[in-house]
Write a protein that binds this ligand. Structure first.
Ligand SMILES: Nc1nc2c(c(=O)[nH]1)N[C@H]1C(S)=C(S)[C@@H](COP(=O)(O)OP(=O)(O)OC[C@H]3O[C@@H](n4cnc5c(=O)[nH]c(N)nc54)[C@H](O)[C@@H]3O)O[C@H]1N2
Ligand SMILES: Nc1nc2c(c(=O)[nH]1)N[C@H]1C(S)=C(S)[C@@H](COP(=O)(O)OP(=O)(O)OC[C@H]3O[C@@H](n4cnc5c(=O)[nH]c(N)nc54)[C@H](O)[C@@H]3O)O[C@H]1N2
Ligand code: SF4
Ligand SMILES: [Mo]
Length: 728
């Protein structure tokens, strides 16, 4: 019998005239998909496809990857360096020599006048690992400022801090293949189908083959929650309470693993005493999940032969972000769910190379997971770079979220921003604007000249983007993959790597490290530093050629190893000096802004699948932007009706910080006491957000603050204001 298609017209893909496919790695999210970009006879990028034999994505791509080749010709890109004396003046075009000389001179002027740390450098999770390493060498070994950090403080620093507290080192211990072995998957504040579509696809395939329970903890009914066996709509910011209570039940009911606890952890007694206080009845009053559900989830997790937890910003972006991560680790340690197939506390990373910066940028320490606080590490790096040991600071400086307030107080006078757009992505836009205006000198290095933060710069350096250059990204499962150079840089823009090397030549210091000329030489240098007894971040068994052939290699990959290790801590040895993991008691403190009479709603924020961050890229690609070109909020239909607001109308969101005009999208996705706004739009959610900082990780609690929503009578005027927020 003949079915469907055969009788109809067959699907015909338009022939784009591709004559050559070039291998590279996606530059958006941390999934790390291998992509091939198709070039036509004129050498123009006209198509993209997923690489079939790449283990990560097995031929799949999401909408961002499929359309990524269009990036090369997007409007707003920087072609030439720009300069001006004052930010009130228009820019004039400049040569690279002029722009670099002026920047180097300003860095030195500020350091001479106010001290070395008065010049700050803030980077990103979106350039290549070799670029990170080079920038680290420049910042730590040549410029010598301790106020050097990245936007990963807005993103992953709670995960980093939590891993370090529990295990003595950063590094997600599991891999995607764990979905194939797990018997229980807990997901906290992570919306995989939209934010990591290809990891979601891997998880779903595994779940279809071998049904295992998926339990989603998220105050919204996300796409992932819609596909879950159980959805726990938790009260915002209370995950630690739920996690303590899960541990309480597991211990009470003897579902823990005493042998694992005794052999591989310390601190059990203190931990046990603390979770004793979090019986499900008490916990349910705080976290809003009923006591039977808490017991049920604890049993499913505790009885599973292998259990896995994933989490993303719902945990990290909280005033208890670091504690939330430690609480997840605690749960895994008491049940021995780590270092074996299907069992991992697995932080899902954010940006394409957020891992690369954690590993090699020296932002929070020194390259290769070394610490400034460790004299041995300082000596090793100073020797390797050929600089004075005393030139290195003895402890880490400020986080990004402390650097900006230090501009307000006059401690920091100059700043270099690389591939990050704080005018849109930091909380409290009005305050950030005043802060940037105070700088004596700001240099912005971005692929786009129209990025909002550039309105406050004295010098703009146009950077090459993604596959206009070559280097590595590390993904969520510690897999290093290669971004091959597919196209030449746009206009006269230059790879960040070239810019760092040029800057290194211009800063005067007695002793300077050597700066190799190609990223591949840099990779070889990093390999040297990664070798060593007991080092988990070992990449010495990799090479560019080997990485491309394997479509990505996981670390540790030691010299002589064909493939890297899939999992960390398989031997139960952790990176604390005693080789044990720490169980850490986590008392919960309710310290965030919460709704009250004047501001009765929770404001939650996050992302949608078609956009990436501040839309410098996705806002310019028609087939992505068309799905959500307008700043909007998800609001519960009952709440909207009470306020007299109709679906599709504009409304005003007001907080103690400011206000924003958004379109109302009525949906049951959010509860009645919450609105949700994607943060992709300029002059929108971060005009109202608060972003209180986590004490350990200094990460902002973007996911929670209090607002009210007001109806707007004059819809035409509101539409104009709303339009102003759509930069493109
Ligand atoms: N399409 C797309 N993909 C992306 C990105 C993008 O911009 N666009 N960005 C990348 C980056 S850098 C990152 S960091 C990731 C982020 O990936 P995700 O963290 O998955 O995305 P978000 O939408 O920021 O937040 C996830 C969920 O946290 C929930 N949440 C809020 N408060 C709480 C709480 O108190 N507890 C719990 N348990 N959950 C809560 C929100 O309701 C939201 O559904 O995505 C990456 N992938
Ligand atoms: N309210 C709210 N705010 C949030 C969040 C939230 O959930 N809610 N999430 C936070 C999170 S997790 C993150 S990661 C941050 C992200 O915040 P940002 O870092 O500000 O976001 P992006 O828009 O990705 O900025 C990256 C910039 O780098 C540029 N770029 C891209 N590639 C290159 C390159 O190769 N070289 C150079 N030099 N430039 C390049 C892009 O054009 C863009 O301007 O936002 C945070 N802000
Ligand atoms: S899932 Fe992430 S890495 Fe894969 S194509 Fe989409 S944006 Fe790129
Ligand atoms: Mo992020």
């Amino acid at each position: 019998m003949l079915f469907g298609r055969r009788k109809k017209n067959p699907i015909k893909l338009p022939d784009k005239g591709v004559v050559e496919w070039r291998y590279t790695t996606c530059g958006y999210c941390s999934t790390g998909c291998s992509i091939e970009v198709g070039l036509n006879r004129e050498g123009k990028a006209v198509a993209a496809r997923g690489v079939g034999n790449a283990d990560v994505n097995r031929g799949k791509l999401c909408i961002k990857g499929i359309l990524e080749y269009e990036l090369f010709e997007t409007p707003g890109r920087g072609r030439v360096p720009l300069m001006r004396e004052r930010i009130t003046e228009p820019f004039r075009e400049a040569s690279w020599d002029e722009a670099l000389d002026r920047t180097a001179a300003e860095i030195q002027r500020i350091q001479d006048a106010y001290g070395r740390d008065a010049f700050a450098i803030v980077s990103t999770g979106q350039i290549m690992t070799e670029e990170f390493y080079t920038l680290g060498k420049l910042a730590r070994g040549v410029i010598g400022t301790n106020n050097y950090d990245g936007n990963t403080t807005l993103c992953m620093s709670s995960a980093v801090s939590g891993y370090k507290r529990s295990f003595g080192s950063d590094g997600p211990p599991g891999c995607y293949e764990d979905f194939e072995h797990t018997h229980c998957l807990l997901a906290f504040g992570s919306n995989l189908p939209e934010q990591h579509p290809v990891i979601y696809w891997r998880m779903r395939e595994a779940r279809e083959r071998r049904k295992f329970p998926l339990i989603v903890v998220d105050p919204r009914v996300t796409m992932l929650a819609q596909n879950a066996d159980m959805h726990l709509p938790i009260n915002p910011g209370t995950d630690v309470v739920l996690l303590n209570s899960l541990a309480h039940v597991i211990l009470k009911e003897g579902l823990h693993d005493p042998d694992y606890i005794a052999a591989h952890t310390t601190g059990f007694e203190e931990f046990k005493a603390l979770v004793e206080q979090y019986d499900p009845r008490t916990a349910s009053k705080i976290c809003g999940i009923d006591e039977d559900t808490i017991r049920n989830v604890a049993r499913v997790f505790g009885k599973a032969p292998a259990a896995m937890t994933i989490w993303t910003m719902g945990i990290n972006q909280s005033t208890h972000g670091s504690d939330g991560v430690v609480a997840i680790n605690n749960l895994h340690l008491i049940t021995g769910n780590i270092g074996k197939p299907g069992a991992a506390p697995m932080s899902i990373t954010g940006q394409s190379n957020a891992m690369g910066t954690r590993e090699w940028s020296s932002c929070s320490g020194l390259p290769g997971y070394r610490y400034l606080e460790n004299p041995e590490h300082r000596r090793e790096i100073a020797e390797f770079w050929g600089i004075d040991e005393e030139f290195l600071p003895k402890k880490r400086g400020m986080f990004m979220t402390d650097i900006l307030p230090a501009i307000e107080t006059g401690q920091i006078k100059g700043m270099w921003l690389i591939a990050t757009n704080p005018m849109t992505s930091m909380a409290n836009t009005a305050r950030i604007r005043r802060t940037l205006e105070r700088l004596e000198f700001l240099v912005v290095q971005d692929a786009y000249a129209d990025v909002e933060t550039n309105e406050y710069s004295h010098v703009y350096l146009p950077a090459a983007l993604w596959a206009e250059k070559q280097g590595c990204f590390t993904n969520t499962e510690r897999r290093v993959n290669l971004v091959r150079n597919v196209m030449p840089p746009h206009g006269d823009s230059k790879p960040d790597f070239w810019i760092f090397n040029e800057m290194a030549k211009r800063i005067q210091r007695e002793k300077k490290p050597h700066f190799p000329e190609t990223t591949e030489q840099v990779f070889e240098e990093m390999k040297q530093l990664s070798k060593g007894e007991g080092r988990i971040l070992d990449i010495s068994g990799m090479s560019y050629e080997k990485i491309e052939k394997a479509r990505g290699l996981q670390w540790p990959c030691r010299e002589g190893q064909e493939k890297g290790d899939q999992r960390l801590y398989t031997d139960g040895v952790f990176q604390h000096p005693d080789g044990k993991a720490k169980l850490i008691p986590l008392p919960f403190e309710d310290n965030n802004e919460r709704p009250d009479e004047e501001y009765p709603l929770w404001l939650n924020s996050g992302r949608v699948v078609e956009h990436f961050h501040t839309r410098t890229r996705t806002g310019k690609i028609g087939n992505q932007n068309k799905f959500s070109p307008t700043p909007y909020m998800e609001i519960n239909p009952d709440t909207a009706a009470e306020l007299g607001i109709r679906h599709g109308e504009y409304a005003r969101v007001v907080s103690r910080r400011g206000d924003a005009i958004v379109m109302a999208q009525c949906t049951q996705r959010v509860p009645r006491n919450m609105i949700f706004i994607p943060f992709h739009y300029h002059e929108c959610v971060n005009r109202v957000s608060l972003g209180l900082l986590d004490p350990h990780s200094r990460q902002p609690a973007y996911k929670q603050c209090a607002v009210r929503v007001e109806k707007i009578e004059d819809q035409a005027a509101a539409a104009k204001l709303n339009l102003a927020a759509r930069a493109y």
